[in-house]
Ligand binder design. Structure first.
Ligand code: AMP
Length: 178
């Protein structure tokens, strides 16, 4: 559980942009966090503490999952693995297809970077519908590893992303909820 002080600082820093990128969406802009290196350090310390001793590697989801994910992995002294959108990683790769509201998408990791039996932290900046995170979890299980934890800066309660992740039996941690 993050400190009330950190939650307050983040609430005052993250900008809410209504109707972006399409009408009806409340876009949470995390970019002001990077203007404040002390606050960034506090975020990493909190996310790393939440996962300490629980995970053997961190997987970050492209692209905002890299902004904090790599620093979490460095703080925990464990490997970081990139989960990328289709077509960005050189072969050999392992991929997972998933449905979007319109059409489908695919995510990939490089084969061999995730090891069998590893306990994995899946990290992204924000949990919305959980569609991308669910696909990431399937991609990890497909490689004989287990999802030990999910972490996010922000969880959007109204979209029930947590529900989609329940079946993986892993803790879902977020600093802030809207
Ligand atoms: P989802 O698969 O629906 O959980 O979408 C998660 C991804 O979409 C995250 O990586 C976020 O970066 C991005 N995203 C979704 N909704 C928002 C939002 N309201 N504000 C900012 N980013 C969002």
């Amino acid at each position: 559980m993050a400190s009330a002080d950190l939650i307050k600082k983040l609430e005052n820093t993250i900008e809410n942009i209504p109707d972006f990128p399409i009408p009806g969406i409340q876009f949470k802009d995390i970019s002001p966090i990077f203007l404040d290196p002390k606050l960034y350090e506090e975020v990493i310390a909190d996310l790393a503490a939440a996962s300490k001793g629980k995970v053997d590697a961190v997987c970050g989801i492209e692209s905002r999952g890299y902004l904090f994910g790599i620093a979490i992995a460095v703080a925990l002294e464990v490997p970081f693995i990139l989960i990328r959108k289709k077509g960005k990683l050189p072969p050999p790769i392992i991929s997972e297809k998933y449905d979007l509201e319109y059409g489908s998408a695919e995510i990939e990791t490089r084969e061999g970077q995730i090891k069998k039996g590893q306990r994995i932290l899946i990290h992204d900046d924000l949990l919305a519908t959980g569609g991308t995170t669910e696909a990431a979890a399937k991609l990890i299980e497909k490689q004989g590893a287990t999802v030990a934890q999910f972490s996010f800066l922000i969880g959007l309660k109204s979209l029930n992303g947590d529900e989609k992740l329940k079946k993986f039996g892993a803790e879902v941690y977020h600093i802030l909820e809207y």
